[in-house]
Ligand binder design. Structure first.
Ligand SMILES: [Zn+2]
Length: 426
């Protein structure tokens, strides 16, 4: 059967004919939800001819805000910095009801799924006005609905730093996965980090903090997070999102901090799209990128993941839940190779999430994304529209190319066109 004809629900025993890309060769065999050494005689499913496609590890979005998605126009379209976006959120957040939150979050998850994302970690605010836990509830319900399709981890902050933690305790009771927070925005960042960490310890859950989302080099929350969590057991998640100030600190400070991060098993989550947008408005030329030094993070041995962060909300008018856009930016602005960018956006994210590997190797889970492209760089450059998402050896989503028409180019003088992954143009 041709991969072109695959539909969600179909089981696959073997993929053949792929163009080798990265670590994955021209064939894959699945058996009982895992990658097998070779075709298994009684494996359930079809043999698929995937000529013209490459197979890549599934994408993982480790920093989303599902409760904010698609609010750009309804929240007044602020133009500018993180401070502008936060004040816009404070002005309009009380109008953001449970139904709107859940609808936006669901739209985001479906868009992510079609693009090849099978794991999402989302933060949620305590929402303004009555029923501040409506965002937590909406995401908990969606986590159940998407179980087995898109793994969802929910991060919520433990409440205002000067008040009781009743909301945080209620959120834990509703089933959040991780404690969140924004220490760099607090009057006393060190005390705010301590409060979040001790709250997580009390409930024996992990932590994912917005960390140093500022160009101010004196912001050193990442080093403090590493010091505070270095004695935690290996399996307890501790992640730092953004880590922007790392891009403004001197070499010695960066090296010291990243060594501590690696030793403490803190994962770093970079969010290039939002931080390229939010940071640097006060620098009209030589604008800082707001992206941590990714190559140094990898060289230090720390786990590096990536997130799409905001999708068409006050913090980023763009964003579309497609991690291929994020991976492309890791190449353009983060100076990773295309293969490294895909690794960070897939396997790096799965490691930070606590998921088993899905690298296409024997014994890995049978989760893979088929992309119609000739190689990883083309997949990123073209934002390859055709993707088939496979989980546990079963197709769970299919995205097909948009059919378009062009003026009759036969009428124009042409030189022979080189074949591409989508065939010759004419
Ligand atoms: Zn965020």
């Amino acid at each position: 059967m041709d991969a072109e004809l695959l539909e969600p629900g179909q089981r696959i025993a073997t993929l053949t004919g792929m163009t080798p890309a990265g670590d994955i060769g021209d064939a894959l065999a699945f058996s009982d939800g895992f990658i097998a050494e070779g075709p298994t005689p009684h494996a359930a499913g079809e043999t698929i001819d995937a000529t013209g496609w490459i197979a890549l590890p599934p994408l993982a979005d480790l920093h989303a805000h599902l409760d904010k998605g698609y609010t750009w126009t309804s929240f007044g379209q602020p133009e500018g910095s993180l401070d502008d976006a936060i004040s816009c959120w404070m002005d309009h957040g009380h109008n953001h009801g449970y139904a709107e939150i859940k609808a936006g979050a669901r739209r985001h998850l479906i868009a992510a799924l079609h693009s090849g994302v099978t794991a999402v970690r989302s933060h949620t605010n305590y929402h303004l006005g009555e029923d501040p836990l409506r965002g937590v509830r909406a995401l908990v319900e969606l986590r159940t609905q998407f179980a087995g399709i898109v793994d969802l981890q929910i991060v919520a902050s433990p409440g205002p730093s000067d008040g009781p933690d009743d909301l945080g305790r209620a959120a834990v009771a509703l089933g959040i996965d991780l404690v969140g927070g924004f220490p760099h925005l607090a009057e006393d960042p060190t005390a705010d980090l301590e409060r979040a960490a001790s709250f997580a310890e009390e409930f024996k859950i992990g932590i994912d903090l917005h960390t140093d989302e500022t160009l101010d080099p004196s912001s050193c929350g990442l080093a403090e997070l590493a010091a505070r969590t270095r004695h935690w057991p290996a399996g307890v998640i501790r992640s730092a999102g953004h880590c922007v100030s790392l891009s403004t600190q001197d070499a010695e400070t960066r090296a010291r901090t990243l060594a501590a991060v690696a030793e403490a098993r803190v994962s770093i989550i970079t969010n290039p799209l939002t931080n390229l947008y939010l940071q640097g408005w006060e620098h009209p030329i030589a604008t800082p990128r707001g992206i941590p030094p990714l190559r140094e993070v990898i060289a230090a041995g720390a786990t590096l993941a990536a997130g799409g962060d905001n999708v068409q909300d006050p913090f980023n008018p763009l964003g579309n839940a497609d991690m291929v856009d994020v991976a492309a930016e890791l190449v353009t602005a983060g100076h990773l190779t295309p293969a490294e960018a895909w690794h960070v956006s897939s396997s790096g994210g799965r490691a930070a999430f606590g998921l088993p590997p899905a690298r296409g190797r024997s014994g890995d889970v049978a989760d893979i994304v088929l992309v119609r492209a000739a190689h990883t760089a083309e997949a990123l450059a073209e934002r390859a529209p055709d993707r088939i998402v496979i989980r546990d050896g079963q197709v769970i989503a299919v995205r097909r190319r948009v059919v378009s028409s062009v003026f009759d180019l036969q009428a124009l003088p042409t030189s022979p066109s080189a074949p591409t992954s989508e065939g010759a143009l004419l």
